[in-house]
Design a binder for this molecule. Sequence first.
Ligand code: AVJ
Length: 319
Amino acid sequence: MSGALSRSPAEAQRAALIADALAGLSAARKTLPCKWLYDAEGCALFEAITRLPEYYPTRTETRILRECGPAIADAIGPGAAVVEFGPGDGAKAVLLLRALAAPAAYLPVDIAPEWLDAAAGRVASAFPGLPVRPVVADFAQPFDLAGRADGSATHLGFFPGSTIGNFEPEEAVRFLRRARTTLRAGARLLLGADLVKDTRVLEAAYDDAAGVTAAFDLNLLARLNREAGADFDLGGFRHAAIWNAEKERIEMHLVSRRTQSVCLAGRVFRFAQGETIHTESSHKYRPERLREMAAAAGWQAAAMWTDPDGLFSVWLLEG
Ligand code: AVJ
């Protein structure tokens, strides 16, 4: 056998990384898809970001889930099967499942089986007896819960962390529409969404004083050196976090400190001084905008919870 079918998952992943890098670095405005930020090193750095004083989203959302847990559970009612998109370490699922009355099952969905194991293990040990059924799928693409679904339970989608903000608006609407189909009739979705706020607060959250976010961003170039044989000089780039007021999003960029050339997969890419690689967009929402996007995807906002400072929001959408 030859070709794509005989490739190991690691080889296929490496080929996809190289293809994305060649396409992104050839564009008039250089870009790299943010999903490649999360190799083992990137996941560890993101974990450190969530504990930074400037990075408010994780701790604020956790606080909302904790403090509004009873109200959220009331709105949802008993017997829901929780389907989490991109469960990370499963910590937020534990908070939600603890609040809910008699959850029927936990179905974490992720493309990376290692991460699924972490979340499934954590939830299974916190809730002995709760059926835990991991689903290996790329939730950014259409997928089916297939045999994992529980015939009688209603599905509650759970998409915390404002990960929805990494999608372009039209991709976010497409994701929301597909989630309705995947979760089936009577579906609901508990969605975490970061809110528009003071530019200085936003820029500090994505460019912290300790330089952890800069290391997270620059790790993408280190990864291309490790896995794609590129020869990026990490000292030749610096991290920048920029508020795009028109698109209401924080953009992470790697800025070339000087004129330079980089080799990757036999191709040479030239950088002017100050030219950037756009590595991530993190959209922030106004409540009316989020309601509009949900409606465009066929959802209705049933409830919204926020923290006392109005930094972050958790939404219950009904299909
Ligand atoms: C996990 C994707 C939601 O956009 O806030 C944190 C990732 N990037 N700091 C975000 C991230 C830079 C984070 N998400």
